[in-house]
Every structure is written in C-alpha cells, then in structure tokens.
Design a protein around this ligand. Structure first.
Ligand SMILES: CC(=O)N[C@H]1[C@@H](O[C@@H]2[C@H](O)[C@H](O)[C@@H](O)[C@H](O)[C@H]2O)O[C@H](CO)[C@@H](O)[C@@H]1O
Ligand SMILES: [Zn+2]
Length: 283
C-alpha cells in the first residue's frame, strides 16, 4: 500500500529513537504514515547498566553491539515501527564513544566516517523511501556526543544531495522538511528536583536543552507515551525506567514526555497551535 506521508529518522545509537522521538514515531505509525528509522551504529561502546550483563561491554567480551541490536528490534516493535536499517548495514560504522574517549580514534568509528561516503548510504535510503520529512539532531548532536554530531552532519548532507542527480545512486528525491530534535529549557525546568532517580539541582546539569524560542514544533503524542515507555524499557543495557522517568547509566533522572519538540531547519512551517508552535511534522 503506498504511504501518502513518509518520515525518515536518523539516530546515532540504539536507544536514541525511543528517548528522543519514540512517542512521535508511535503516533505517526498509528496515523498510517510510513516511519523509517536509520540507526548509524550498534552502540558497541555503551555502558552496561545491569551488572549481570556487564560481560558484554567493549572492554570485556565486546558483544554489546549485537545485544543492543536485539534491544532495538524490541523497541521498534513497541513503537509499531517495522522499517529499520543500520546505516551502511549493521556494524558498518562503530560507536565512537563519548567525546575525547580513546574509541574516537578507532578507524571504523562513525565520528571518523567519510562524510560523503556515509551520506551516500543515507541518500540510498532517502531515494528508496522518498520521505517528505527527515528528523535528526541539531549541529551539537543534542548534547555533544560525537556520533550525534556526525548523524546531524550526514543527515544534512544527504538532505542537500538526495535531489542531486550527480550524487550517489537512485532516482533523485527532494524531501520537503528537515527537523532537529529539541528540548525547551522551560519544559525541562519542570523536571528539576523531581522523580525517583538522582535529581539535578539546576536545568544546566542535564547537559541539553535550548531556549524555547528556538523550538518551532510541538508534537502532541501523549496518547503514545505508553508505547514510548515500553520501548525505553527494551533498552535495559542503557537505561532504567521508573514510572514516567528514566535514567541512563549516570542515574540522572529524565522525564519521559508524550510531548516531543523539534526545530524546523528547512521547509515551510505548518499552521501554529495554541502555544504558537506548529503541531505536526508534515505541515
Ligand atoms: C543516549 C545516548 O546517546 N547514549 C549513548 C552514550 O551513553 C552514555 C555514555 O555511556 C556515558 O559514558 C554515560 O556516562 C552516560 O550515562 C551514557 O548515557 O554514549 C555511549 C557510548 O558512545 C553510547 O553507546 C550510548 O548509546
Ligand atoms: Zn545516542
């Protein structure tokens, strides 16, 4: 069945899709859109939260990547997403680790990927799926992780080049909108000092968030928060869930929200909702 509305999301590691866009993805699947997820690495360098799985870590058995591939499949099922690919095929580019880690020097790490080589792999997906909308992180990678920064660079390059017949293979396609994920600081402020995990004392301690005026789009996917939380639970090597809060291996509590926020970087915005922000990714 041809899909009228098609969206492509580009994420760095297994877990990012659920953390940043899980409710949005579940909503658009439920509304009959085609939702395609591209994940750029297998997350091989991640911490491992459950002690009984610690043996999987990079510095021990180095089997975390395939294990997280399985977690991602369960998370996608919870969101209703049945179109998932790893950029260039599973394991093509390796998790780079946090900024400054020795793993940033691994020859196969995503942060060292050749930009046009990686973008050509993504253009191949863009020209197959023909999405009106592409979603990824901002140029800071949302919180400064090298793989997130590289995902932005590769996705933006693919957005620029997918309509260029002299670049890559396949029939050119021009996506109409490019969004980056965003968290308004005023929304995040509400989570300061709350929840069942380690509590931050100020919004700056979260290490992400942007001024509200930079946020153009609010997606109300509260009806799909349950699916998002189920998807988050699938990523148990990376995070813990308690009620509507989750925590990564640093145990800092973050709210799992049904409202998800974006900034439109390219394309025409749709009509504003009650808060002055557009209410949909397709206009
Ligand atoms: C959400 C996200 O992008 N997670 C990444 C991140 O994980 C962090 C990393 O292990 C860090 O050392 C911890 O302190 C922090 O709590 C983790 O969230 O980086 C990993 C390595 O690149 C990556 O696998 C994980 O998906
Ligand atoms: Zn990530």
């Amino acid at each position: 069945m041809p899909y009228d509305r098609r969206i492509l999301l580009v994420h760095a590691h297994p877990d990012d899709e659920s953390i940043g866009t899980g409710a949005t993805m579940a909503r658009y699947v439920a509304e009959g859109a085609r939702v395609c997820l591209v994940t750029c690495t297998l997350g091989e360098e991640g911490d491992v939260v459950p002690p009984e799985l610690g043996h999987l870590a990079a510095g021990r058995e180095n089997r975390l990547g395939p294990y997280r591939e399985g977690e991602l499949a369960v998370a996608c099922a919870a969101l209703g997403v049945d179109d998932h690919r790893f950029l260039g095929g599973a394991g093509r580019w390796r998790d780079s680790g946090m900024m400054g880690a020795p793993s940033n020097d691994h020859p196969d790490c995503f942060f060292r990927a050749d930009l046009d080589e990686a973008a050509a792999e993504l253009v191949r997906v863009v020209r197959e799926v023909r999405p009106q909308v592409i979603v990824t992180y901002d140029d800071n990678g949302y919180y400064g992780h090298p793989d997130h920064i590289q995902a932005h660079r590769v996705a933006w390059r693919a957005f620029e080049k997918a309509s260029d017949p002299s670049f890559g293979e396949g029939e050119p396609w021009l996506p109409s909108r490019f969004y980056v994920t965003a968290m308004p600081l005023d929304e995040l402020e509400r989570a300061v000092g709350t929840g069942p995990f380690k509590r931050v004392g100020s919004v700056e301690e979260f290490g992400f968030g942007v001024p509200g005026e930079r946020v153009t789009t609010r997606i109300d996917a509260r009806a799909h928060l349950g699916a998002k939380i189920t998807a988050l639970r699938a990523h148990r090597t990376q995070l813990s869930v308690d009620g509507s809060f989750f925590a990564l291996s640093d145990n800092v509590g973050q709210p799992a929200l049904g409202m998800e926020y974006y900034t439109l970087l390219a394309g025409e915005p749709g009509p504003p909702g009650e808060d002055g922000r557009e209410t949909g990714l397709f206009g």
